[in-house]
Design a protein around this ligand. Structure first.
Ligand SMILES: NC(=O)c1ccc[n+]([C@@H]2O[C@H](COP(=O)([O-])OP(=O)(O)OC[C@H]3O[C@@H](n4cnc5c(N)ncnc54)[C@H](O)[C@@H]3O)[C@@H](O)[C@H]2O)c1
Length: 252
């Protein structure tokens, strides 16, 4: 198995894209640590993976809190001895549409704290652990909103553009030290975050699907397989890549 003997942290591994990533890496033979801000789903998703015979641990915590992020990395290293991969998927959407004029500063701060500070803190502790393990691979889950504007979502767009900046800079800083850092920019993916689409009439939902060239929504497993490739030997010369996995959203 391609990830036998490896250890992966998945932030947001209790839901959606992160959950699919946790399964993909566990099925590849990796030991997996999940961190998410919902203790019940963290426990349930970890138990489901264990029931399937995988080695899994979880830390229920908030990625915008330094102590929680450090605890998750300490758990990975303490329980499984090393850290090879980190897939940073925890995030929230800006569900209150507004311009910068209308946006409350506290709301902006919250969106940025989880989506950008969370990635900064994650990389800070994950990469430090990877350097002690002889190298590794980080995959940050950004968004199409990291490379394009989305109207009335400036907090989310700013945070996701920031994730791209953090990714490129870390790729530069750790290039000679065996740590590769890449980002995936998903398009529309079927998860809790896009659950509102289920409430729409088919014609209204089609409006969203037609934002990409394939005119459909993506599946979490399609993002997970890109993350797995970025952590594989096949991607050994790939760092600093900002990779759309979006059905062609970014070219339309
Ligand atoms: N679904 C999409 O269409 C889409 C598109 C582009 C980018 N993304 C990005 O993909 C990532 C995963 O989203 P998803 O679609 O799987 O949604 P999701 O809601 O299913 O999963 C989000 C996860 O983040 C976790 N989380 C939220 N706030 C947290 C916090 N403060 N601390 C720790 N964990 C926290 C949640 O527990 C959950 O596990 C996000 O970063 C999102 O911005 C999603």
């Amino acid at each position: 198995m391609e990830f036998e003997g490896k250890v992966a942290i998945v932030t947001g591994g209790n839901s959606g894209i992160g959950e699919a990533v946790a399964w993909r890496f566990a099925e590849g033979g990796a030991k997996v640590v999940i961190i998410g801000n919902n203790p019940e789903t963290c426990r349930a998703k970890a138990e489901a993976l264990r029931a399937a015979g995988h080695e899994v641990a979880f830390h229920a915590g908030d990625v915008s809190r330094e102590a929680d992020v450090k605890a998750a990395v300490d758990l990975a290293v303490g329980r499984f001895g090393r850290l090879d991969f980190a897939i940073n998927s925890a995030g929230i959407y800006q569900n209150q549409p507004c311009t910068v004029v209308d946006m409350e500063a506290d709301y902006f701060d919250r969106i940025v704290a989880i989506n950008l500070r969370g990635i900064f803190l994650s990389m800070k502790y994950q990469i430090a652990a990877m350097l002690k393990s002889g190298g590794g691979s980080v995959v940050n889950v950004a968004s199409g909103a990291g490379i394009r504007a989305v109207p009335f979502a400036s907090g989310y767009v700013a945070a996701k553009h920031g994730v791209i900046g953090l990714t490129k800079t870390a790729a530069y800083d750790f290039g000679t030290q065996g740590v590769r850092v890449n980002a995936i920019c998903p398009g529309l993916v079927k998860t809790a975050m896009t659950g509102f689409l289920d409430q729409l009439e088919p014609e209204a939902a089609a409006f969203y699907f037609k934002a990409n060239t394939m005119e459909r929504i993506g599946l979490p497993e399609e993002i997970a397989s890109a993350a797995a490739w970025l952590c594989s030997e096949g991607a050994s010369f790939t760092t600093g890549l900002i990779m759309p996995v979006d059905g062609g959203y970014s070219v339309k």
